[in-house]
Design a protein around this ligand. Sequence first.
Ligand code: KG4
Ligand code: ZN
Length: 354
Amino acid sequence: MRVLGIETSCDETAAAVVTEGGEVLSDVVRSQVALHAPYGGVVPEVAARDHARAVVPVVREALSRAGVTPAELDGVAVTSRPGLAGALLVGLQAAKGLAWAAGKPLVGVDHLVGHLLAVFLRRDGAPAPEALPAFPYVALLASGGHTAIYRVDGPSIGAIRELGATRDDAAGEAFDKVAKLLGLGYPGGPVVDRLAADGDAAAAAEAVPALTARKESLEFSFSGIKSAVARHVARRGRPEGQALHDLCAAFQGAVVDALVQKTVRAARAEGIARVVLAGGVAANRGLRATMAAACARRDVALFVPPFASCTDNGAMIAYAGALRLAAGERDALDLAPETRTALPRVTRKGGGAR
Ligand code: KG4
Ligand code: ZN
């Protein structure tokens, strides 16, 4: 089975052709980062308009690189939720048009399910098939829009359970906001990661509160740390030189410790010895190293997909869609975008102890 996947939920226009076995035949990602950079974050209307310009060329490119015509596809998968309504609408309309014109089945995919299954994509740098995780596994999904821990018993929505999520900002959003405060540009994660590598977290510890006050909880909160950095900058000005490196290291260390401790605790509570990383923040070197060490200490196997599978891409949507199609599922051409995920949530948004 060869399935086209289209992804336009946020600031990447992406399309890919993937087989039911996860083999990536093509994977085209066109980032809008440069368009949004002047605003320090994604502007929804700018995103939707740019998707509308880019979606047809990106889909054409994905089909041509895979050497597949629309007639040779077995189906069209598209991100239908969660995301920016206008941005999702562009991908949905493109997918519906193509599916209708080529007479192929259409399936909507929940973007978060795509991220959680991306570890199974077979592409350069991916683990060999025998080194892939078995179900169930515990997954940490940390991106610019979402941060949560899941128990994944299988590929369908009903087999995925949220164990805890952020009450406020996503981890990547915290990186982006702190980078903006420090005048480091957008997106902030990669820059902070680079600066933190030569920093001494202990030297800036007083600027950044620890995030793991209630150790038993699986919920996150990243808004307080952003405010602490803002207060520090208001008092002392933007740090430069070594002080900037130290502050980045302290901030990143606090975020990484919270992500790692809670993920490992979730795995232990569920009695599952397999942990999977997903989402753009999985690129963070501090997170990878700390998670690897924490998992090794507890005899937990850690699975980290290649970077191209962690950040937003069409291949993960095509793969999740292929599994839906293989299970005989279809969506009608009136499939509508939804801003929220279909995965049940256990975490209450907002303040309070956690
Ligand atoms: O998954 P993704 O590409 O898009 C979303 O669905 O949000 O994730 C992008 C996020 C951004 O917030 C970016 O700052 C963060 O991932 N990110 C990182 C790193 N690379 C990307 N955060 C920390 N360290 C990194 N190396
Ligand atoms: Zn994403």
